[in-house]
Ligand binder design. Structure first.
Ligand SMILES: Cc1cc2nc3c(=O)[nH]c(=O)nc-3n(C[C@H](O)[C@H](O)[C@H](O)COP(=O)(O)OP(=O)(O)OC[C@H]3O[C@@H](n4cnc5c(N)ncnc54)[C@H](O)[C@@H]3O)c2cc1C
Length: 429
């Protein structure tokens, strides 16, 4: 059994598919080693297990909206695409989504998955409660309101505390979004106007192949509401300033795929056509599900105040990055208080890389990037490929010792501790 990208073959002894929470409890209680596999979209060994790999796909895919508390309770294996459709049908939304809607809610939150937008936290910041089967088979509920700091440790948990069977998420009223793509942003603009560029709309993504001094594409996602946001959507702030362009970039004359030359047929609608949030905030359409991927991914989270300096540092090794790259994306994420969140405690700029699927060629470039970004304390995405030594990674999180204590509390037998967690989180490898 492999992950979505096919670069990881899981070493687990067995794959289990319990069909009820009671079956999950019994399975975990009798397991020496177990991990939950979400939709398998991570690119490293984070999900692997030396014992059982548990898929929760056979549990009922519950989605229960509670209008009174503005929340939705969702089974862990539900994917964002399905959740988005159901929420929108009932008039609700999540504040933000990742680029791909086919990833599971629990797996995404467990790794600190995020979209873009200066004011948007990672997806885990919407979590209000988690229901989790711990190592002895107990079903534990932790909530933001009742469990405070401990809850902040348990949301981005890399699957190390237990099997999350359901989560309760905050929802907001549904909204429409218009997406426009601009091409050829002069990179110098980022030197002194990075903050203006990234705050120009609800969600802004910059795509570059590091081959030229221009940013290939800017994806601008604006809420198509009334009021001030409506004025922006009509071509306000940056439109007026640049005569319909975007800080010197020009509007694309048709739909675009982020990777140069690839068909945009699987991308969400562009050209400013308004549509529901869940069909615009991801870059890729929910109704097209790629079953496997011809790519590897890495991403490094840097304090946003270092955005321009980090961009220049990476530009200094563009001749190493470009030959093994499909495309790079730059996004922003609002700071949060979750202990293991890569955007924890700092407003963040994220430098993402979609690589060719060649681990041997990509690995030395990762090390070079990590050296470039070291002065900025870059934190790698938990679910993507990186080479950072464990002690360096660990030095970039203040609450790792607290997290290790939380893991000992919920998992004293070390059932959920795999090699990845032991090395990077518990400091045992
Ligand atoms: C094409 C593509 C696009 C992507 N786009 C983005 C993006 O825009 N932004 C971003 O930040 N990331 C992105 N990612 C990375 C992705 O969001 C993460 O790897 C995420 O963890 C995937 O969720 P998953 O359900 O597949 O998790 P898996 O890879 O299956 O598991 C990840 C971790 O979560 C744990 N886990 C899963 N389910 C549970 C559960 N129920 N209980 C306890 N632990 C659990 C696993 O044990 C493992 O440790 C992308 C990945 C791909 C392949």
């Amino acid at each position: 059994m492999t992950n979505w990208a096919g670069n990881i073959t899981f070493g687990a002894e067995s794959v289990e598919r319990p069909s009820s929470v009671d079956e999950v409890r019994a399975l975990v209680a009798r397991s020496e080693k177990a991990r939950v596999l979400g939709s398998g979209h991570s690119f490293n060994r984070i999900a692997d297990s030396a014992g059982a790999l548990i898929s929760l796909d056979a549990l009922p895919p519950e989605i229960e909206i509670d209008a009174g508390s503005s929340t939705v309770r969702v089974a862990a294996s539900v994917r964002y695409g399905e959740l988005g459709r159901r929420l929108h049908d009932k008039g609700y939304a999540l504040p933000n989504l990742a680029s791909l809607p086919h990833i599971s809610v629990a797996g995404s939150c467990a790794t600190g998955t995020h979209g873009s937008g200066d004011g948007n936290g990672g997806l885990a910041t919407s979590v209000r409660a988690i229901e989790m089967v711990t190592a002895d088979g107990d079903l534990v509920t932790l909530s933001r309101d009742a469990d405070g700091d401990r809850f902040a440790g348990a949301v981005v948990a890399l699957g190390a505390l237990g099997a999350v069977v359901a989560m309760t998420l905050d929802v907001v009223p549904s909204f429409d979004v218009r997406q426009r793509v601009y091409e050829g942003l002069p990179a110098e603009v980022l030197d002194d106007r990075f903050a203006a560029v990234m705050s120009a709309a609800y969600s802004v993504s910059l795509f570059t192949d590091w081959r030229t001094s221009r940013i290939n594409q800017v994806w601008v996602k604006e809420r198509a509401a009334g009021g001030a946001e409506g004025a922006t959507a009509a071509g306000g702030r940056y439109g007026a300033e640049t005569g319909g362009g975007f800080f010197g970039a020009t509007p694309a004359d048709g739909p675009r795929h982020p990777v140069p030359g690839m068909s945009a047929v699987h991308c969400t609608a562009q050209m400013g056509v308004p549509g529901p949030w869940f069909e615009r905030l991801p870059h890729f359409r929910p109704d097209f599900t790629p079953s496997s991927g011809e790519e590897l991914q890495s991403e490094y989270m840097v304090p946003r105040r270092h955005a321009a300096a980090a961009f220049h540092a990476l530009g200094g090794i563009r001749d190493r990055i470009a030959p093994v790259l499909q495309i790079s994306e730059i996004r922003t994420i609002a700071a949060d208080d979750l202990w293991l969140s890569p955007s924890g405690g700092r407003d963040t700029v994220a430098f993402h890389f979609t690589w060719i699927k060649d681990t041997a060629a990509v690995t030395p470039v990762l090390t070079a990037i990590e050296e470039c970004l070291a002065p900025f304390g870059a934190r790698p995405h938990w679910g993507k490929v990186f080479t950072l030594p464990a002690d360096v990674l660990r030095s970039r999180y203040e609450r790792l010792d607290d997290f290790a204590a939380l893991a000992r509390h919920y998992d004293p037998r070390g059932v959920f501790a795999n090699e990845f967690v032991e090395r990077y989180v518990l400091g045992l490898g």
